[in-house]
Design a protein around this ligand. Structure first.
Ligand code: FE2
Length: 180
């Protein structure tokens, strides 16, 4: 289950209902899929062949189509990151900058872990959403955020798009943002 850390206060929010209602107030969609649907070998595999990626998409086909039907996504794919990813450090440096998109950013984690750092309402400020397998999140369009890995440095996620061009990152310069 996802957990929240509010950066200004270090307060943590745990438990599905608490996390869900916090994220709802921040206009962030949060849902949950059953990661146990994946064959065991794919629950711990972070270097994937095209066939394995397809197998993950097939496993969650009904969840993907349900979400796409409700929210208008038209294409989806799999992203896998780990220390085996060429240029992981460079990629992370690129990811770890606050930015916005004209489209929402949807990720359904199918293995591993990751964090979205999101700029919340003024009373909350930046908060971390720590995600694990089964967590599904959508950061709304135009909401400043970035993504990074957690200590285990590996993740597999389904990405869904309305238009692939909508996902281009626009840097968001924010003097109020403090790392860590
Ligand atoms: Fe993004």
């Amino acid at each position: 289950m996802a957990e929240i850390r509010i950066r200004n206060t270090n307060e943590r929010i745990q438990g599905e209902q608490n996390v869900k209602s916090f994220l709802e107030k921040q206009e962030v969609l949060y849902e949950h899929w059953n990661p146990g649907k994946l064959p065991a070998e794919l629950q711990e595999k972070f270097v994937l062949s095209d066939e394995e990626k397809q197998q993950i998409l097939s496993t969650f086909d009904s969840e993907i189509r349900d979400l796409a039907g409700r929210r208008g996504y038209r294409t989806w794919d799999i992203v896998a990151l780990s220390d085996a990813t060429p240029n992981l450090e460079e990629l992370l440096k690129k990811f770890e900058q606050v930015h916005t998109h004209t489209e929402d950013e949807v990720r359904a984690i199918t293995a591993g872990k990751g964090i979205f750092i999101i700029k919340g309402t003024d009373d909350v400020g930046y908060f971390d959403v720590e995600l694990e397998a089964g967590d599904v999140i959508s950061v709304p369009e135009n909401k400043p955020h970035f993504f990074t890995l957690m200590d285990n440095r590996k993740i597999v996620a389904v990405r869904l798009f309305i238009e692939t061009e909508g996902w281009i990152a626009h840097p968001f310069e924010d003097p109020a943002f403090q790392k860590a």
